[in-house]
Design a protein around this ligand. Structure first.
Ligand SMILES: [Fe+2]
Ligand SMILES: [Fe+2]
Length: 194
């Protein structure tokens, strides 16, 4: 079912928000947590917009909820942009991360406690099963799409989840400079770190 599939990413988002806002001192792990959360939020929003909110927008009774949810996705995007600075130790960064975490939690709760019930009533069962399969494919595809921008994270071939790329970077074939590693992995240019 589409809602169970979506909840799996929601649980991951809550876990990453909690770890990110608790991060202290170790800036490398804060950076890694931030990138994992950023990619998860962006991939989830894309897959959810395409395979839940677009069908919901087409139903008269789903217009307001869909518009509201898409607006909140946009607000989350803007906070992610504000947080995508090189120096994550500066004053205010963790306060903005907490604002993001608060916004994300509010959004997930609203989806789980209101919008899923609405979509459950408005969409036929066969449609919900079809959307679940499409959403599952799309979120993995979009995780790969967004993770490809960053050197330090990758998507597991087994689980389809975003993970630190350290294991891959430790292999002899990818050791060396960032550009050599990027070329070996088929990227023309070194990827961004923010
Ligand atoms: Fe959402
Ligand atoms: Fe969601």
């Amino acid at each position: 079912m589409i809602f169970e599939a979506i909840r799996e990413s929601h649980d991951l988002q809550r876990d990453l928000c909690r770890k990110l806002t608790a991060s202290r001192g170790d800036m490398a792990s804060r950076q890694l947590l931030f990138l994992q959360l950023k990619v998860e939020l962006m991939a989830h929003a894309a897959a959810e917009e395409r395979h839940l909110y677009v069908p919901l927008l087409m139903a008269d009774g789903g217009l307001d909820a869909s518009r509201h949810a898409l607006h909140e996705h946009h607000q989350v995007d803007e906070l992610l942009e504000d947080l995508s600075v090189r120096n994550k130790e500066q004053d205010g960064w963790i306060a903005t991360a907490k604002t993001l975490s608060f916004k994300v939690r509010h959004h997930l709760k609203e989806e789980e406690s209101k919008f899923f019930q609405l979509a459950g009533r408005l969409l036929p069962d066969a449609k919900k099963a079809q959307l679940a399969a499409r959403y599952r494919r799309e979120i993995v595809r979009m995780r790969k799409h967004y993770a490809a921008e960053f050197e330090s994270i990758a998507v597991s071939g087994e689980t389809g989840l975003v993970k630190p790329a350290k294991a891959a970077a430790d292999k002899p074939a990818t050791r060396g400079s960032a550009s050599a590693g990027a070329q070996l992995r088929g990227h023309a240019k070194p990827r961004r770190t923010r």
